[in-house]
Write a protein of this length. Structure first.
Length: 151
């Protein structure tokens, strides 16, 4: 992606040359691919990689496979999710003993909801809602694929 010269000049002015170089590298490099392994469906064939430090089941994987052709993906053995979205685990772990009901208001496609369902005690209730009807179906599919017995 070619950034407009005016944007580049302004960012260099705001950040300084060395910080701009780091900024430029961050926005032009390829983001790492991360997945979250389903603890209810262990499999040796799931892509393995470096652990995401803030999520016990999160993994960075070396290369992005063709998920649409992977039967383990369709079986719910893992979920493709940006590592930054997995940080919700840290917040939940801080209040795990207090939760009785968890609410995910904009839940589609289901990444945070499946993560929450894996973290919450079985006696907790998770309500996953999606107000956009066109996105609700994929939420339903991903919750079902994840396969938690209380879903």
């Amino acid at each position: 992606m070619q950034l407009p010269n005016e944007f580049i000049s302004r960012m260099k002015e705001m950040l300084g040359e060395s910080e701009y170089d780091q900024f430029d590298k961050a926005i032009t490099s390829t983001s790492p691919t991360s997945i979250r392994v389903n603890p209810l469906k262990p499999s040796m064939d799931i892509p393995h990689g470096q652990i995401v430090p803030w999520c016990k089941t999160g993994r960075y994987i070396e290369q992005r496979p063709l998920f649409t052709f992977d039967p383990l993906f369709h079986a719910g053995s893992y979920y493709v999710q940006e590592a930054s979205s997995m940080f919700v685990e840290q917040a939940v772990r801080q209040h795990l003993g207090e939760a009785h009901v968890a609410l995910d208001l904009c839940a589609a496609p289901g990444g945070k909801s499946t993560l929450l369902r894996s973290l919450l005690p079985d006696d907790c209730v998770l309500v996953s809602n999606e107000v956009m009807r066109t996105r609700a179906q994929v939420l339903t599919e991903n919750i079902i694929k994840w396969g938690h017995p209380r879903s």
